[in-house]
Design a binder for this molecule. Structure first.
Ligand SMILES: Cc1cc2nc3c(=O)[nH]c(=O)nc-3n(C[C@H](O)[C@H](O)[C@H](O)COP(=O)(O)OP(=O)(O)OC[C@H]3O[C@@H](n4cnc5c(N)ncnc54)[C@H](O)[C@@H]3O)c2cc1C
Length: 371
């Protein structure tokens, strides 16, 4: 058992090394590194919390969260691709039929298939209201799906998209999602699906975040995840899984503090008391954010649901502060293109803008406190 544990650790260290080596180039050209993605897909780690019975590693969400943190410390773009993949896995585990689990989970566990979430649209951003992507029932039991999604991480890389669509009338507004909405699992090879990752992002430039277009795609009823109109309750249960994008931010914070420490030692500034105070303050914030993210992911806490959003908000705000303060510590060199700190600072900003955006996450958790 111990030997197997060491093998997994060595494998992870090798994967992280390869991903780190490619991160700067991926950022520069604005494309996901094929080599980084390949080592991750072949590692089996993308199936971390898929049960053994479906071909996964049978671990829990906390283990997956720690993996996302490690990925975030070497390349946050790869970390968010992995995070979105795991989010779709969670939804299939929670709401999928046995047929859907048997069909998709082994492929997603082995990394043969990659999954992505296509919810956001140009006219339906933060709170996913007013969707333009429509699924119409056809007389022959099938559905016709049409519309365009934007900001899909892993666009063009994924083999399976979890797509949020309008299937009925907007009758009641929810804070996140709307009534009359449903989820479909749409395979990339479905006729009418096209993708491009041409969004010229400021950070997370190696995440292939882009557009998915569905042009009169015909899908069968077994592509529905959950039942018709069930999307709002699926969305509201997501945080119960404890998965928090905050893990990506914790990884960024950890890496940036390491870079700042190395700089201080190299420049003979490590004995300066002002930097002792600063490094102590920042590492306390890092540990607080890690604790919150891991507490949410442990799932054995009655607060887990709210903690998942709160930890995401806190960890992303902390990582932005750590990036800013460490850029100051690292001086002009830290402000130069090609320096890891500069790239990670741009990447850190994105987490606050990702689903749910921080303001919406605060709105949801704050409102619940008043009940
Ligand atoms: C790097 C990156 C990767 C992403 N990956 C994905 C992905 O894989 N799949 C996907 O579906 N989407 C993804 N998104 C989109 C993301 O989830 C958000 O939906 C999107 O960034 C916000 O939409 P918008 O830009 O249209 O903002 P808008 O909807 O225009 O909102 C602008 C701002 O208004 C405020 N705001 C708006 N509505 C509310 C509200 N109800 N309560 C409180 N404040 C509010 C917030 O501050 C918000 O930032 C990604 C975004 C980024 C930056």
């Amino acid at each position: 058992m111990e030997t197997a544990g060491i093998a997994v650790r060595n494998n992870l260290e090798h994967i992280l090394y390869v991903i780190e080596q490619n991160a700067a180039d991926a950022d520069e050209i604005g494309q996901t590194s094929p080599e980084s993605l390949q080592v991750l897909r072949e590692s089996g780690l993308l199936g971390t919390f898929i049960p053994f019975s479906y071909g996964g590693l049978g671990k829990n969400v906390l283990e997956a969260t720690r993996l996302i943190e490690r990925l975030g410390s070497v390349d946050p773009s790869i970390a968010i691709i992995a995070f979105q993949h795991m989010s779709v896995i969670s939804r299939i585990l929670e709401w999928g039929t046995e047929e859907q689990k048997n069909k998709y989970l082994p492929l997603l566990a082995s990394g043969e298939w990659l999954a992505a979430s296509a919810w956001s649209e140009k006219g339906a951003g933060a709170n996913k209201q007013n969707l333009g992507t429509i699924a119409q029932p056809l007389g022959n039991d099938k559905w016709k799906v049409s519309g365009e999604k934007t900001f899909t991480t892993g666009a063009g890389l994924a083999d399976l998209y979890l797509v949020l669509v309008q299937t009925g009338e907007n009758e009641a507004d929810f804070l996140y999602g709307n009534s009359g909405q449903s989820f479909f699992l749409i395979e990339t090879n479905t006729l009418g699906v096209s993708a491009n990752s041409r969004l010229n992002l400021s950070g997370m430039r190696g995440s292939s975040t882009g557009f998915i277009e569905m042009n009169n795609c015909i899908v069968s009823p077994d592509a529905l995840l959950g039942s018709v109109g069930q999307a709002p309750s699926i969305i509201s249960h997501i945080r119960e899984s404890g998965m928090s994008l905050g893990a990506v931010s914790v990884g960024i914070s950890d890496r940036v503090l390491t870079l700042a420490k190395a700089h201080l030692i190299k420049r003979n500034l490590a004995n300066n008391q002002i930097f002792h105070f600063k490094m102590s303050e920042l590492s306390t914030l890092l540990e607080a954010s890690r604790s919150l993210v891991e507490r949410a992911a442990s799932g054995n806490d009655e607060l887990s649901g709210s903690l998942s959003y709160q930890s995401k908000v806190f960890a992303s705000e902390v990582s932005e502060k750590i990036c800013r303060d460490c850029q100051q510590i690292m001086g002009g060199g830290g402000y130069m293109r090609g320096q890891a700190i500069e790239r990670l600072t741009r990447d850190a900003r994105a987490v606050a803008l990702m689903g749910p955006v921080n303001d919406l996450a605060k709105e949801i958790t704050g409102r619940e406190m008043m009940i």
